[in-house]
Design a protein around this ligand. Sequence first.
Ligand SMILES: Cc1ncc(COP(=O)(O)O)c(C=O)c1O
Length: 442
Amino acid sequence: MSNRTTVTPNDLRAFWMPFTANRQFKQDPRMLVAAKDMHFTSSDGREILDGTAGLWCVNAGHCRPKITEAISRQAGELDYAPAFQMGHPKAFELANRLIDIAPDHMGHVLFTNSGSESVDTALKVALAYHRARGEGSRFRLIGRERGYHGVNFGGISVGGIVTNRKMFGTLLTGVDHLPHTHLPGKNTFTRGVPEHGADLADELSRIVTLHDPSTIAAVIVEPVAGSTGVLIPPKGYLQKLREICTQHGILLIFDEVITGYGRLGAAFAADYFGVKPDIMVTAKGLTNGVIPMGAVFVTPEIHDAFMNGPEHLIEFFHGYTYSGNPIASAAALATLETYKEEGLFERASELAPYWEEGLHSLKGEPHVTDIRNIGLVGAVELEPIAGSPTKRAFSCFLRAWEKGLLIRTTGDIIALSPPLIISKDQIDQIIDTLRSVLNEVD
Ligand SMILES: Cc1ncc(COP(=O)(O)O)c(C=O)c1O
């Protein structure tokens, strides 16, 4: 690879790293210094195959010229424009392009800078929407166990990952949770969408009855739960959630931060499953992970409910200094063009059966208790070491890194989500490396 640089890290103390075992990492750091297409370069000059599209975001692969050129052009032309009471053309162009690729019933886009901000924006839109329509009694939000909706207070309140919640006080009040949909024993080693568990959506009816529908604003779920270890919705489950929400005037929010922009082989999971959410939360693949940006899609009905007061007044008191930032907008436009020109969503769909075959060939390898897949997402679940949960999967992560493969682990689950430009040979490389890793770790 070109531009190889060897960097010797010196003092690592100042940076308090996110979601990282800081003390352990700083004793033996894993540093990335360059990237191109499917590979990172490590500081010791090794090529590392990216099995996770960074953090589920680099869907078009790394350092794609169209995107990097668009960013540098934009930085030299209009670096920043105030986001409030001012505009610039690329943000409007981007919103239109996004509505073009979104499910037909979506009409408007709000911009943010991350998945977490997109989630909190969506929750605020939902609450304010009901209030704007004179139904301010709808203040409750329903999330789901094991859900990951980022790290801001709204997101961790509706989220269901205990470690992300327990240190932070009372969180938002008026939140309830659906049960998660992971049914080991019933759906083990399912290829694609599992058979069992659609009835778990009926729990929503129970929660609605408990609180009364007139108090509930919105239900938020990840169509495919990613960060918690790839939980794929049982057949008919999302459709049922949609029906119950519609029946009771509750908004359905899909958190598509991972599933958006081609990960399942369709533009969005809403398309893949044929279910129409009222609000769609996105980020990550929107800019190929290159510049922080998120987008929240809403229907015309939601948008129009805010457009009733005097025209000189601000309709929604929300937004960020960097909402629709010019450089982020340029990056997103170039990213969408790259996806389209290279047919990457279709490519993901075409590769999915090969990916599935490869992953499931790991059945029977040491420690493997389950394998799940959908689109270009996969998970290999391991038997935890008794008394030391997460240790086995993390050993796999370290061993894979030594062997030139980046994987991600959560609990004792190995999660995989390569860039959509991956070749069949590279899929083989991921599977072969994992196979030898599984045979080597304790
Ligand atoms: C489903 C989902 N929602 C929200 C987020 C938060 O995104 P960010 O880390 O950009 O804030 C993530 C991140 O992984 C995610 O997977």
